[in-house]
Design a protein around this ligand. Structure first.
Ligand code: SF4
Ligand SMILES: [Zn+2]
Length: 378
């Protein structure tokens, strides 16, 4: 039932996509981040592909995800991916080279960037799908990227994403060999430990046992390689009340740690275009999580789980993302970013909207995910 609906929604969305070149679809940026060895920085890069094969299949893919709309939808040649990747890498190296040419600002920038380049860096590769699926991401590009990053001194970690079905001993061992002594981390979109939510509400198409097999495969290789597993946890899928969303996210963190992941990343829902989540949101039957809920999740997770856990703050304070009220959105986002970097609890903070959140938690089993417009009742 959910996959029929997802497939219909996906087909409708795919028809509306305006074609973009692989170059236009790629992006990169650098920001402060938490590495296994402590605070450092991360170079994020989005590399274009044909798109996630799960989303392109008859199942229609996951109910909250529109990464396929940012994909090329046709196979992208390995050469083209390699060129984009090399361009991103050299852009960051270029700062130093240009600084030698005299201009004071450039010299300053060069010193700053040289200093930054000497800092330890994690490189996070996003392919809007599975890096390990050769049908999405050509093997030649995998080899080039991993061997190039493997040879860069300041790179400490290489992180990419994959669905569990592409995680096998052979594929992981090959990646680790190419990456040399770097930490290779494979991120898996577990989303939730509740199988009913994952299958019926997210339409993810894999079971807890598939996830456990994938994590065990990675764990079995730890003796030979510097390899790690990370789980993404989706906070507040569709048709899940605010209260349940909090409880499910925390139970999922506990479950994922037990299975053996090395790191956790909570991804609070943001409403992507062309998804079932967007249809429900437009009808007032879904609202993204409150930021208060996210704070509750981090603070309780820190008490129960010992692996590093990060709360993604993208989309905070926007109408399609997690929000509280205009007075506190930004402050709380900053407190969460600090708690991510320091792996601490988010300190106590007061705002009048907290009582609305508490009311929503109390009654959310009755209202489910419905967006209550408090202003209309006050
Ligand atoms: S969440 Fe991952 S598996 Fe699901 S459709 Fe998006 S890219 Fe594909
Ligand atoms: Zn507030």
């Amino acid at each position: 039932m959910i996959s029929k609906l997802a497939s219909r929604t996906r087909k409708k969305a795919l028809k509306k996509i305006k074609p973009k070149s692989p170059d236009e679809l790629s992006a990169s940026w650098i920001q402060e981040d938490l590495l296994y060895s402590g605070k450092g920085r991360a170079l994020f890069m989005i590399l274009p592909t044909i798109g996630c094969s799960w989303a392109l299949s008859e199942t229609g893919g996951c109910t909250m995800c529109s990464y396929i709309s940012d994909s090329f939808l046709e196979p992208v040649d390995a050469g083209e991916i390699i060129e984009i990747f090399d361009g991103i890498i050299s852009r960051y190296e270029l700062d130093i080279y240009e600084s030698k040419n005299g201009n004071i600002i450039k010299i300053f920038d060069g010193i700053i960037s040289r200093y930054e380049l000497e800092e330890k860096t994690a490189v996070k590769i996003f392919t809007s799908g599975s890096f390990l699926n050769p049908e999405e991401f050509p093997q030649e590009a995998v080899e080039h990227i991993l061997s190039r990053l493997g040879a860069m001194e300041n790179v400490e970690e290489i992180i990419f994403e994959s669905r569990p079905e592409y995680i096998n001993q052979e594929a992981i061992a090959r990646c680790c060999e190419l990456a040399g002594d770097k930490i290779v981390e494979i991120s898996i979109g577990l989303e939730t430990c509740n199988e009913k939510t994952r299958l019926m509400k997210i339409n993810k198409g894999f079971s807890n046992s598939d996830f456990e097999i994938a994590v065990n495969t990675i764990s079995d290789l730890k003796g030979d390689f510097n390899v790690r597993a990370k789980a993404y946890i989706l906070v507040k899928p569709i048709l899940v009340s605010e209260k349940r969303a909090v409880e499910e996210a925390i139970s999922t963190a506990i479950y994922a740690e037990k299975v053996g992941v090395d790191r956790l990343s909570f991804c609070p829902s943001t409403v992507h275009r062309g998804t079932i989540m967007e249809d429900l949101w437009r009808k007032g039957s879904y609202r993204p999580p409150w930021i208060w809920s996210l704070i509750e999740i981090i603070n309780r997770t820190r008490e129960k789980v010992s692996v590093p856990a990060i709360m993604d703050t993208s989309g905070f304070g926007t109408s399609r993302g997690p929000y509280n009220c205009k007075k506190c959105n930004r402050d709380l986002k900053n407190l969460i970013i600090r708690a991510n970097l320091e792996q601490t609890q988010v300190p106590a903070y007061e705002c009048e909207c907290r009582s609305q959140w508490l009311a929503e938690l109390k009654f959310s089993e009755t209202t489910a995910s419905t967006d209550i417009k408090y202003s209309e009742y006050s």
